[in-house]
Design a protein around this ligand. Sequence first.
Ligand SMILES: *[C@@H]1O[C@H](CO)[C@@H](O)[C@H](O)[C@H]1NC(C)=O
Length: 132
Amino acid sequence: MKLSICLFSFLILGVVSYENKFRFAGTVLCRSEKPWCVRIRVIEVDTLIDDTIAADDFCSTEQTRTYDIEGVDENDGILDRNFEIQMVVTHNCSRNTETVFKTGIKRIPLPKAPTEHATIRQHLNLNMNNSQ
Ligand SMILES: *[C@@H]1O[C@H](CO)[C@@H](O)[C@H](O)[C@H]1NC(C)=O
């Protein structure tokens, strides 16, 4: 009985998860006569269901806006060795309908302890539908 409890707690502690803090910041560019809206969603792509780490949405009449969003993702420590981070940007800058584009995937090695990661900077050009 005692042995099985010991073994059980070892297994639990062996795969204990810890927090990774992320911060994403940058500028959004949209040349438009009309007001425009954007939704920025940052996801971790290599899980079964894409995990949303952080999200923000806003509308603007300016040509340039900044964003600064934070989020936390748990590191399960067993499945893989990298965070694979991608932004999904939905906007109506250049058309009446919503346009969606994704940025390239950024791989961040998994740290071995709780970590506050350096801010990830990304410029989003909605007219080009890409990131630069
Ligand atoms: C984008 O959506 C907002 C809110 O629905 C609307 O006010 C704006 O005119 C739209 N912009 C364009 C370019 O369609």
